[in-house]
Design a protein around this ligand. Sequence first.
Ligand SMILES: [Zn+2]
Length: 479
Amino acid sequence: MADYEAIIGMEVHAQIVTASKMFCGCSADYAGAPPNTHVCPVCLGMPGVLPVINRQAVEQTIRTGLALHCQIAHESVFARKNYHYPDLPKGYQISQYELPLCRDGWVEIELADGQRRRVRIRRAHLEEDTGKLTHVDGYSLVDLNRAGVPLLEIVSEPDMRTPEEAYAYVTRLRQILRYLGVCTGDMEKGAMRCEVNVSVRPVGSPELGTKVEIKNLNSFRSVRLALEYEIQRQIRLLERGEAVEQVTVGWDEDRGRTVLQRTKESAEDYRYFPEPDLPPLVISPEWVEELRTTLPELPLARRDRFMETYNLSRQEANLLTEERAVADFFEDAVKAYAGEPRTIANWITGELFRLLNAEGIEITDAQVTPAGLAELQTLVDQGTINLNTAKRVLDTMFHTGRSAKEIVEAEGLAQVSDQEALAAIVAQVIKEHPEEVEKYRSGTTKVFGWLMGQVMRATRGKANPQLARELLQKMLDES
Ligand SMILES: [Zn+2]
């Protein structure tokens, strides 16, 4: 059996977060709104109306292009893509064809083993979204709230070779879009959609195989699964000496297989031509430079810097930079804290993530502030509270928004570090448990932990553990 390699390319559509739609003043925030309430004559495609370009959408596209190392066009032209479908009231979609806003860029991806690779970006352009159809038995309903929402299309070169690389690419792209605030990246809600094309050829062959397009990919997981399935299907065909047909297939998540949607013969001719109702878009170099200054530090660069500056492992730094808000929280907390940054990292990736997951909220919605977390750890460092108490205090901070100091004072949680007071408690524990003490003294040293537990219990968990351990050891060894 010959070895085969897959050639994979991807088209991603991302809804751009803007106040209004691409060519009219309708609110683009239609989530949850009753059908056909975010519409006007422009996005309904009434005769005689004229589109107006949304500046914010153009700026977000240019920012994305810059983050993807693209060349930004000085002049870009909108084009009509003609086709008839019930979710497209005008009978055409305004898109970009020959002169897209951004072209020739790249994204750096990182694989599980840490290996890095560049995936080239062929183009990124701006267009408008279509409406949404709901099929009920016998008839279809159309909701045009989504029609005209700005959509960014990002087309890669066929630079990926494995499903893992495709997965790494699309998740990295999503992360960058979220860092930029361009798109929510929510694939399940359709805010980000992707289509993959894949062909297979014997390793070493200079010719490309026939490519198949896969649609209906509703999650990042399905991108990987659909590619794994489709690559195997194509290899089996070639092994049998059969030809791969140029078709469009859909991914059937439930059955775990691709299904034929369209053959090449029925592929449409969109008769693109320059949009006569819009002037060419002129982009000055000054405007581009101004937008460049609004770019945040990008995820992979930030991840690398976190490893270097804060002495974190790759995994820790990945966790902290996955979302920009978490990375910001971490750095703000580190600024407010005098000790080791890793201590702060542990709090965030451990207890704080656990609390956020349990409540199902984002770090930006949490009542704990970076300075508040720094104060909490400072109380631990100063010996005011022990680590176990600190976890309980964080829980209260998280649910009430009160500060660590306030909680410790109000609830009397300061640990018992007073040597005399603690010595009295330890002496009491020894007195109350003569059997266990005897066991310890006759060599059963594991009973020490149990006695420590009694000391902690007697102080309601507030004993300074190190001091308590020393005292207990000393008193047990003494008599
Ligand atoms: Zn409208």
